[in-house]
Design a protein around this ligand. Structure first.
Ligand code: CTP
Ligand code: MG
Length: 186
């Protein structure tokens, strides 16, 4: 029981830099769009006004700071974790978040977000309109791919992380819909 809970918590822990990188551009976005207002040959915007240089930088900074914070507090969390479970080498590996991993995950998350917008514009989805699956999962998958050269959390953590990411987006969107903040429940 504690074992499963620990795996779940550590999967979330590992995804935090990517999540934060993905969630914070909205706080600092605005200004020049990354595509410079340019259009693709299909007559639609390359990326759209929802992807700005400032938003990208804000995401990288917050994602990296998250990783730095995790790196600093990991040694203090370990004895706490050890009170409940036998800490395996795999658990130690994901607990001790390295800053370069957080940087790569942040870049990956934001690049995945850009790739998603590029695809959305190609299939004529307006900026801000939803694209289920891509909006929720593109960033986390790309974050893991970017970090892969120096970071391999293993199949179990990757699986839990992807499922949890999808579920949390789903819950937060459904909640936003019920509260009247969002037009669609996805
Ligand atoms: N944002 C930004 N720069 C980025 C990513 C996001 O400025 N690189 C800001 C924008 O204000 C954007 C908001 O965060 O509107 C929400 O991000 P997101 O949902 O990813 O963008 P959308 O507006 O939905 O555009 P798209 O359809 O292209 O995903
Ligand atoms: Mg969106």
């Amino acid at each position: 029981m504690y074992e499963e809970l620990a795996l779940f918590e550590l999967a979330i822990w590992v995804g935090l830099p990517a999540w934060i990188a993905n969630a914070t551009p909205v706080l600092g976005g605005g200004g020049n769009p990354i595509d410079g207002g340019r259009y693709f040959r299909d007559g639609r915007r390359l990326l759209g006004n929802g992807k700005t240089i400032r938003g990208f930088i804000v995401g990288i900074i917050f994602g990296t700071l998250t990783g730095l914070g995790q790196f600093i507090i990991a040694p203090y969390l370990r004895p706490f974790l050890a009170m409940f479970v036998t800490v395996t080498p795999e658990m130690d590996y994901v607990l001790f978040m390295q800053v370069p991993v957080a940087i790569l995950m942040s870049f990956g998350a934001l690049t995945g977000d850009l790739v998603g917008s590029f695809i959305k514009r190609r299939v004529n989805v307006e900026s801000g309109d939803p694209s289920p699956f891509m909006d929720q999962l593109g960033f986390i998958i790309m974050a893991l791919i970017f970090a892969a050269p120096i970071f391999d959390p293993g199949a179990i953590f990757v699986t839990i992380l992807i499922i949890t990411t999808f579920f949390i987006h789903w819950v937060s969107n459904a909640l936003g819909y019920l509260l009247g903040l969002k037009k669609h429940p996805w």
